[in-house]
Write a protein that binds this ligand. Structure first.
Ligand code: NDP
Length: 329
């Protein structure tokens, strides 16, 4: 039977989420990859145990994570019902709805029908009474934002979610839905955008909106799915995400296109006595609005490395300029 490390809260940093009462571990664990029905369950358990032992409190799921869609929630639900059951109140467990999940017009996007049905399905798969944060996974161009916001608000009123988040909304879309949440008194606290050295689109669009409104971000793919690590420095390993047919968003061509920049960034990381993954995570966390960086892991050791990022979060102006120079090159 799993026994959590009694020192787990000693090294992790916990950041407040905007002006809410909630704090999140600066590093969170995502379940997009490596937790599906195709992945060994024993390894999944070891990754979750390692995360918890490192003081990670944030666990990020969605209805469609797999493959097969739903299997990541099912697998995590099995872990929660057994080993992790005593620790439920030490964990922030989240889910989302908004990408295609089941056949027909209701298994996708952000109607009241889709969101409520999807959240009910997720709770069953997770074997939980409630999630801590429920997200709309992406803006729906056809459903009125009032309807999406009211459906999320209803989840909170029904006790199925404690807080509400949004994901992949632009700055102006965030402003629009935030007004409705304010009117409804919905506990909307967090945004989940993509952010990493290769994708800086939120810097001028979303981050100012979050700053002004005292909201926080939890950023996904901070390592650009593994590109911003030492994983691909010497080619594409067989067991990497880029080599898997189930990973349509990371191709051999992308790896090759970024390699010269990755090598230069790796040299800067070495000067800082960090791995490239550590430096990439620290670089994301330099923004005060970013409460948490959400990593994926295919093995427990990667999490041990990722958490070491917290040992050196400071960047000199020269280092930041040097990094910008590589990225702009
Ligand atoms: P990352 O950018 O952190 O990529 C994770 C991958 O990087 C791992 O699978 C592993 O690759 C590699 N890696 C991690 N740590 C190390 C290390 N220390 N050394 C070497 N390689 C390392 O994040 P993800 O793209 O996985 O996204 C994280 C989470 O964000 C998801 O699981 C999901 O919860 C969420 N997300 C949300 C989205 C949204 O629309 N809201 C969209 C996408 C993700 P390998 O497997 O090859 O070993």
């Amino acid at each position: 039977m799993y026994q959590a490390n009694s020192n787990r809260y000693q090294k992790m940093i916990y950041n407040r989420v905007g002006r809410s009462g909630l704090k999140l571990s600066a590093i969170g664990l995502g379940f997009w990859h490596n937790f599906g029905s195709v992945d060994p369950f024993e390894n999944q358990k070891r990754i979750v145990h390692q995360a918890f032992d490192l003081g990670i409190t944030y666990y990020d799921l969605a209805n469609n994570y797999g493959p097969i869609p739903g299997s990541a929630e099912e697998n995590f639900g099995r872990i929660m019902a057994t080993d992790m059951k005593p620790y439920r109140d030490e964990m922030i467990i989240t889910s989302k709805a908004g990408y295609e999940m089941w056949d027909g017009p209701y298994g996708n996007w952000g109607s009241r029908k889709s969101i409520i049905a999807s959240a009910n399905q997720s709770l069953k798969r997770l074997q939980l009474d409630y999630v801590d944060i429920f997200y709309t996974h992406r803006p729906d161009p056809e459903t009125p934002i009032e309807e999406t916001a009211e459906a999320l608000d209803q989840l909170v009123r029904e006790g199925k979610a404690l807080y509400i988040g949004i994901s992949n909304y632009s700055g102006s879309q965030t402003n629009a839905i935030m007004k409705i949440f304010n009117d409804l008194h919905t506990p909307f606290i967090i945004h989940q955008p993509r952010y990493n050295m290769f994708d800086r689109h939120i810097e001028n669009d979303l981050l100012p909106v979050l700053r002004e409104n005292h909201k926080a971000a939890v950023c996904f793919s901070p390592l650009a799915q593994g590109l911003l690590t030492d994983r691909y420095l010497n080619g594409i390993p067989d067991d990497s995400r880029a080599a898997k047919s189930t990973s349509p968003f990371l191709h051999k061509e992308q790896v090759e296109q970024t390699l010269s920049k990755v090598k230069k960034l790796n040299e800067i990381a070495k000067q800082r006595h960090q791995s490239l993954a550590e430096m990439a995570l620290a670089w994301n966390l330099r923004h005060p609005e970013i409460a948490c960086v959400l990593v994926g892991a295919s093995r427990p050791a990667q999490l041990v490395d990722d958490v070491k990022a917290l040992d050196n979060l400071q960047f000199s102006a020269d280092e930041l300029t040097e990094i910008d120079h590589v990225l702009d090159g």
